[in-house]
Design a protein around this ligand. Sequence first.
Ligand code: ADP
Ligand code: GLC
Length: 500
Amino acid sequence: MTDALKILLVASECVPFAKTGGLGDVAGTLPRFLQKLGHNVVIVMPLYSLIHQAKYKIQPVIQEMNVSLGHEQFTCGVRKTTLPESVPVYFIDYDPFFKRPHIYHNDDYSDFPDNPVRFAFLSKAALQLCHELNFSPDIVHANDWHTAILPAFLKRLCKDDHLFENTASVLTIHNIAYQGRYNYYYYHYTGLPAEDFTPDKFECMHAVNFLKGGIFFADMVNTVSKGYAEETLTPVGSHGLDHALKKRGKDYVGILNGVDYSEWNPATDPLIPANYSVSDMTGKQNCKRALQKQFGLQPLKKIPVIGMVSRLVEQKGFYVLSECMEAMLNNMDAQFVLLGAGDNKLEYLYDSLYHRYPGKAGIYIGYSNELAHLIEAGSDFFLMPSVSEPCGLNQNYSMKYGTLPVVRAIGGLNDTVENYNQKTGEGTGFKFWELSGKAIYNTVAWALDTYTNRKPHFKKLIKNAMKQHFSWENSAGEYIQLYKKAIMNKRNRSTKEKYL
Ligand code: ADP
Ligand code: GLC
């Protein structure tokens, strides 16, 4: 092994091409920072029809590539473009799986029933691509349940394949709530040996659990904050996978996501109406005005704005929030802005607020990166009442934009936000622990009280928040250590197997 590692990173989404959440941010950003450290990363993702090929200069590189998956043979194409820091990104082009209006689900938000086949195919195609490119990776980096099958493919289907002789695998769990649980038919479909369909590996109550199999087979496993790594060692926090994780002992660690400050920085952000920084905050007022206008809110300078940008799903605390949302709108002298898309029930629930609280609640149901930036810049507070939060990126973006996070103290939110100390004025945001409408209400009220009655503290909090730096440089360094451990584990295992 030379010092520069060759890494194949496979993900179901990746910025700037296709994203529904933070997984996309990480998949498109971590490789650039690894490359900056002198390593060679290749990204593989699907060519979804929603990807703007002309905009990103995506070109065909392989017309026909044969991929075998179990008993099936597929013929797909491969296209390519390059990200900053010269990171090559390869797109698996197979219309029957990827020419659809959304990444994971139908218009009504129901998952595509063939998701296990689509992503097992992506994983297998990524390995086939290594052959076509004669790329022999030191590390295959899988992300979430979609590609969690990769470590097992390597160990079981590629064990006599010279190209992968020295390849170790890493699995990153961005969210343990999504495990890829399906009828056992889908396990056998992938061509993995029947002997591995056991409760310590892929089996979970007679069904297949792809994430569980990944946890067993990967040479190292990590998640995206230290707090969440601990939470996932409990039955509730792990959604039942605590035993599988505990068995991995020291092979399971937490590495906090960084922030891509080339995109999320109010001093340089081209998507906001005025730039500003900690030394000159005047632009933030313009952003607030623009935000109020865009969302149909009353153009009041003094009234605090509470922003939210999120997938509209149960995990993000929207049902609990609904217990107190109306009371907040009725009783508090504040405006609310929400940008989100997701479960139909939640979309309907929150969209209706716009009509019932005109000028006070600004709701946009949909996905818009431009509006996400505007909300970060124009709000005074950013609310994240998550039920669970592996890392969370928005609270970190908010701090950079001088928008104080109001968060539930769990997972990555607890690790990144320092609670306001009313005696000293120290802190970077406002935290609550209990998962209840009452706790959200009281904490938002505390934040608003600080805004109105403790102005020097409010300003100090903003300064502290804006100085926080969640560096991808550090996190990329931690990933390199993780990769090196994975390589050691793989070597030790191979040696053991040889002499047994
Ligand atoms: P998760 O990955 O669980 O959704 P994160 O906080 O890690 O949560 O990341 C969410 C990312 O997705 C952020 O970059 C956020 O700005 C973005 N995002 C979420 N919903 C929307 C939306 N409706 N429009 C634009 N961006 C969104
Ligand atoms: C997941 C988590 C989120 C995390 C993101 C990126 O979607 O829900 O907390 O920040 O992945 O790792």
